[in-house]
Each structure stands twice: as structure tokens, then as C-alpha cells.
Design a protein around this ligand. Structure first.
Ligand code: ATP
Length: 246
């Protein structure tokens, strides 16, 4: 099967607390694959396991044809797994340009990478703010800059943890456009609570519930799944279906 990422029987526990109890997940190249589920379902934990920030208690993670289960985060990053975090990792005292330069591994000046930096800033709509200190950016601008920094490393697999959290409606629409505009060579796995964003952007949706994946399918399949309605979407499904039918 054509796949970029496969998690097979992945378990994770924090001390005595089992959080993931047998995750089987396949992500195809070019997908915008959403992970949804109730608070505490283990979505962020799964992203961290894929990134290599933690090791699973059991199971295997395959990426680009290799078993990377035991590979450290840096090695996975060099192999093309990039991510943004729920909490910002930007350097507030540096400028927008300097942050992207560091993401490119070009040192903070990044003189020889000017064009690449400009292109990355344009791709996230920050082309007018290269010399602005990050500390003065809005929350939404920071989130977009984080995506530019992650893209600077030219990931094949980009992991985004709640990219739309804390954004206004207009900012979310801009984010959806940005992520839709990424080339198909960048596969995206994202955790998101905002179901409008999920259903606008995702090509596949996996629903986590009680430590396992309840269902994976197209947005329509997930929206219509009775199990998913019962376990998670509930009344919100009806709202989303109405919005989609309108
Ligand atoms: N470092 C940690 N140590 C102990 N327990 C943790 C740790 N990180 C997460 N947990 C617990 O693991 C469970 C899953 O957390 P996780 O953040 O992966 O869920 P999530 O689905 O991303 O939730 P949310 O949607 O609220 O962000 C929760 O019960 C959480 O309290």
C-alpha cells in the first residue's frame, strides 16, 4: 500500500496511566489527515510519538518505508518529520526573518537564504513583517510564523497540534487557505478541535476515542458514522452537516 506513515499497535502509558491502547493508523502521501476526539483522548500524545519526542510503550512506527520506532526526534526531523507545538517555540527577541533563518539552519542572519526566507514568509502571509520582532506579533501571526519555521526544514510530513486554536473566524479561514496551498509533497497530520477547520481541510479523518482509533475515513464517512456521532460528535455533527449541505 502507498503510505508515508504507519503506526501499528502503538501503545503509550504515562506511568500507570494507559493513554493509547493499540493505535493503527496509516497516512498516505499528500494527505491532510486530521486527528480528532475528545479532550484527553491522546491526540497530542500520538503526535509526540510520531515526532519521536517520546517512545511508545509498545508497537511500531514506520515512516517512508523505515521502522523509526527507536529513532530519536532529531533523526526523524532530518528524515523529514517536522512539527509545530501547542505552545510557541519561537524566539521572541529575534525578528520574524531571524526565526525563519534559524529554521533553515542558516544562522540568524541567513543572508545567503534571503530568497528562501522571503518565499516562506510569503507562503504564510507574513511577507510585510520580516524585520518585526516576534514579541510584537499577534497570536495568529505567531502561529503562522511557526508553520513557516517548520516548513523551512522542508518536511515531508508536517505535524500540527491545534493550529487553529485561539484564532478568530477570519484568521482560521486564512489558516485553511495556507494549509490548502501547501504542495502535495508536504503531507500534513493535524490535531484540531475546530470541526469547521477539520471538515474544510481534511482529506482523511481519524477519530480517537478511549485510546484507540474508532474510525478513519473521508470527512463525509466520519460525519455520517453512527459510532462517531454517539462517541464524540453528537449534536455538533448535525450543525456541521447542515453547514456542508447549505
Ligand atoms: N506528560 C504527561 N504526564 C502524565 N499524563 C499526561 C502527560 N501528558 C498527557 N497526559 C495525560 O494523557 C492523556 C492524553 O493527553 P493528550 O494531551 O495526548 O490528549 P489530547 O487528546 O491531545 O487532549 P486535548 O484535546 O485536551 O489536547 C490525558 O489524560 C492527559 O492528562
Amino acid at each position: 500500500m502507498n503510505e508515508l506513515l504507519r503506526c501499528a499497535g502503538v501503545h503509550h502509558r504515562y506511568g500507570a496511566l494507559p493513554v493509547l491502547t493499540g493505535i493503527d493508523l496509516t497516512v498516505v502521501p499528500g494527505a491532510r489527515h486530521a486527528l480528532i476526539g475528545p479532550n484527553g483522548a491522546g491526540k497530542s500524545t500520538l503526535l509526540k510519538l510520531i515526532a519521536g519526542a517520546m517512545r511508545p510503550s509498545a508497537g511500531r512506527i514506520h515512516y517512508a518505508g523505515n521502522d523509526v520506532t527507536r529513532h530519536r526526534e532529531g533523526r526523524r526531523a532530518r528524515a523529514g518529520i517536522g512539527r509545530t507545538f501547542q505552545h510557541s517555540t519561537l524566539f521572541g527577541s529575534l525578528t520574524v526573518r531571524q526565526n525563519v533563518a534559524l529554521g533553515l539552519g542558516a544562522g540568524r542572519a541567513g543572508r545567503r537564504h534571503r530568497e528562501a526566507i522571503d518565499a516562506l514568509l510569503a507562503s504564510v502571509g507574513l511577507q510585510d513583517l520580516p524585520e518585526v520582532p516576534v514579541a510584537t506579533l499577534s497570536y495568529s501571526q505567531c502561529r503562522r510564523l511557526e508553520i513557516a519555521v517548520a516548513l523551512a526544514a522542508r518536511p515531508r510530513l508536517l505535524l500540527l497540534d491545534e493550529p487553529a486554536a485561539g484564532m478568530s473566524g477570519e484568521e482560521r479561514a486564512r489558516l485553511v487557505d495556507l494549509l490548502r496551498g501547501l504542495p502535495p509533497t508536504v503531507t500534513v497530520v493535524f490535531v484540531e478541535h475546530d470541526l469547521d477547520v477539520v471538515f474544510q481541510l481534511a482529506t482523511e479523518v481519524s477519530v480517537l476515542h478511549l485510546g484507540t482509533i474508532l474510525v478513519t475515513g473521508s470527512p463525509d464517512e466520519v460525519r455520517r458514522s453512527p459510532e462517531v456521532r454517539d462517541a464524540y460528535l453528537g449534536a455538533r455533527t448535525v450543525e456541521v452537516s447542515r453547514a456542508a449541505d447549505a
